[in-house]
Design a protein around this ligand. Sequence first.
Ligand code: TEU
Ligand code: CA
Length: 544
Amino acid sequence: MRWYKESVVYQIYPRSFKDSNSDGIGDLCGIIEKVDYLKDLGVDVIWLSPIYDSPLDDNGYDISDYYNILNDYGSLDDFKVLIEKLHQREMKLIMDLVVNHTSDEHPWFKEASKDINSPYHDYYIFRKTKKKPNNWTSFFGGSAWEFNHCTNEYYLHLFSKKQPDLNWENPKVREEVKKILKFWLDLGVDGFRCDVINLLSKREGLPNGSGLPILRGKDHYVNGPKMHQYLQEIKNDVFKNYDMFTVGECVLITPEKALEYIQEGVDELNMVFQFDHMGADNYFVKWFPRKFKLKRLKKALSKWQYALEGKGWNSLYLENHDQPRSINRFGSLTHRKESAKMLATYIFFQQGTPFIYQGQEIGMTNAHFTSLEEYNDVETHNIYKVGRKVFHLSHKNMMKKIKYASRDNARTPMQWNREINGGFSNEKPWLGVNPNYSEINVEECLNDPDSILYYYKELIALRKKHPIIIYGNYQEFYENSNDIAFYERNYLNEKLVVACNFTSKIQYYNYDLNDFKLILSNYKDDLVPQRLLPYQAKVYIKKV
Ligand code: TEU
Ligand code: CA
């Protein structure tokens, strides 16, 4: 058994979690203040979004020094205090590993872009061509190539132009990454969330992509030809020497491809973050929203449950720092508490390691912004420009898309109490606090026995009490229903049943609940076992 299978992970976006020194920016000392809050919630592992030195073009996913903490967030000493406090409480910490690209302000790139003969020039993907080397587009819109006047070359950036892709063909780059990993592992870090890890290997010759200018070129850089070689090398030289785990964020991954990385015994990664279920309310990418259909959500998640069962380990998430809040997408603002609890039940009783994103446990909702200037996210601003200039969409249309899909929806400051700025900071925060902090905040939840927060605590405690939730198999019922989600888990001599109503109407189902015991519900009553009240979730268990 690997401990990560029995853990619950909590993701912190440090910039928005808690500000301890009144500069409007979250920091490590702010996280240290909240370690006991996290311990009480019952989570076992903390995943920190990047805290390394960065010019913050992509809020830290553009790293300029892998061995130092961004000044805004504190110091390496603060980091050592945090990891010590977590370990004292038998909690673990994983870092965000961003090694598909660096910041263009990393010394390697500063050297490489100045001098074609620099030893660092081959750390990146430069091409001396008259025009762009191919037609690939960036995840953030526009071309994936930027011209570097100093050396008269183009360089590749799958994300922002301030995030030049590293050249993983170069063994020196791979050695540098191993050094970075060992540095943090030797500081006691318990693993890594590996950013866009399946993009590291680009096809030889960088051939043109086909189709629309949306992720164009993906066929030549997703799960590229040398991915397994690179990950095997990193695993054999570093990972296998530590008691740690990795979760690889894998863009456009399928269960079959995922198993090539996570199959028990291969273990290039221990699990992946997949995106299929994130398409339940859009066409392929979130900038083309469509009406949420429960069937799409269920089909995507069930596909992964069945495909990985007994072969590889799942991760379970509905939210992170890149995605809009799940209540807005899959739940209901009029039944906010019920639907937040229902969504938690639906996702976290499946097989896999749960990942809770900061604020999800108190039912935080999408940002309230109305003007483009209120948004911070580089992706949001780039997509706005491309939408207006390339697709000639109106400002109104783009603002509607942004309101729904912007990553800032998940990045507004954590809401701790009803004091100024939701108790996040005494100063004006770097990103606007949602005005609903007066009624949605941790303190309000702690004073409400029926709160979403206490429901999460109960849910997490059940995972620790019932091995069937961790190790049971998965069998879906009512697959074709767009109203309810229903599945069984079976393990040794037990059966567990999860029934969730995704609508504001009463729903009925037909399932013999004889001898079952109700162990969790987001409504007090369970007078009619075969009935689900609006957004009701129920979990039953029985010995078979
Ligand atoms: O995200 C990778 C990724 O696929 C993003 O394009 C994400 O899916 C998209 O923004 C959703 O709209 C990772 C990090 O999670 C993200 O924060 C970084 O911006 C990106 O990589 C580059 O490091
Ligand atoms: Ca601060």
